[in-house]
Design a protein around this ligand. Structure first.
Ligand code: NAP
Length: 278
């Protein structure tokens, strides 16, 4: 890129968007790798989403992240949808292509897998059943990525059973639905356990699934990252499980966007974690 070429712009679209940690992640990488570029949070209302999306490429944007509440609706607006976004039913990373097309991708599953792999190098989803609490958008991304990595049995439990049944139907026989009031039972023999509900997050109720059946060789992760160690993770750690917090997933899911927009594969490391937490 010459000094006369436009400075690439990227950002995050949501409403509200002030809470988003993405600007800290991207600004850390832009500075660290000395990349010319800017990353801007943009509060865009649902009714303005399509207009904003069509205008951004003309203003010099190369792509954007998409956050709540636009992650599902964006699939109807995008011109091209990746397989994993279609499977997940949502997208968080848009690329504005040179031919004018908006390409939507979902990197949540990638973030989930990379977070576990980097924190527990010998973790492999084929080692045994996975138990997932929740059946929202994040749970869909987790299920899709575990199946893609070869998991043979995924046990799923959600407060609203109908939602987990839909997920089970969409993903096939390897996903088995359990009642929410029996969620503790599905932890028996599970090697991977995931909280994909919003329970345990600051300002939300606690996750109160009994952990009596959890064995100490399970790898337990929580997608909630505020607080960094949820009560659920703390209990699992006391049982002797390896635990992985959800912040890493957030960091890893950002990396593919940075690479596509700014041309450098960024590192997820402790410096980045500290920059985001500070
Ligand atoms: P979502 O689509 O709104 O789903 C929320 C999930 O939480 C549903 O399964 C819902 O069950 C469950 N839930 C909410 N309140 C509950 C309650 N009182 N009792 C039992 N279950 C309850 O949200 P999402 O996008 O999947 O996100 C889920 C969590 O993951 C959020 O905390 C989000 O911040 C986090 N997340 C983290 C990352 C990361 O990078 N670390 C990425 C994505 C999401 P019902 O279906 O019964 O309502």
């Amino acid at each position: 890129m010459t000094s006369h070429s436009p400075i690439p712009l990227a950002g995050v679209i949501g409403t509200p968007v002030a809470h988003s940690k993405s600007p800290r992640i991207f600004r850390h990488w832009l500075t660290r790798f000395g990349v010319r570029g800017h990353y801007i949070p943009m509060d865009v209302a649902v009714q303005d989403l399509e207009t904003a999306l069509r205008a951004l490429p003309r203003l010099g944007f190369v792509g954007v992240n998409v956050t709540i509440p636009h992650k599902e609706h964006i699939l109807e607006i995008a011109d091209l949808v990746s397989d994993r976004a279609a499977l997940t039913g949502s997208a968080n990373t848009l690329v504005f292509r040179d031919d004018g097309m908006v390409h939507a991708d979902s990197t949540d599953g990638h973030g989930f897998m990379e977070n576990l792999r980097s924190n527990v190098p010998d973790w492999d989803p084929v080692q045994g059943p996975a138990a997932i609490l929740g059946a929202g958008g994040a749970a869909r991304a987790v299920v899709a990525s575990l199946l893609n990595a070869g998991a043979e049995e995924i046990r799923l439990s959600n407060r609203t059973r109908a939602r987990s049944e839909i997920l089970g139907k969409d993903f096939g026989a390897r996903v088995r639905v359990h009642d929410w009031n029996e969620a503790g039972d599905m932890l028996k023999g599970a090697r991977t356990v995931v909280n994909a509900t919003s329970l345990g997050m600051v300002g939300h109720e606690k996750l109160q699934v009994p952990l009596g059946e959890l064995s100490d060789d399970a790898v337990v992760t929580d997608l909630v990252y505020a607080p960094l160690e949820t009560e659920f993770l703390a209990q699992a750690r006391r049982i002797g499980c390896q635990t992985v917090d959800g912040l890493g997933m957030l960091l890893f899911q950002a990396a593919p966007g940075f690479e596509r927009w700014f041309g450098i594969a960024p590192r997820v490391d402790d410096q980045l974690r500290q920059a985001v937490l500070s």
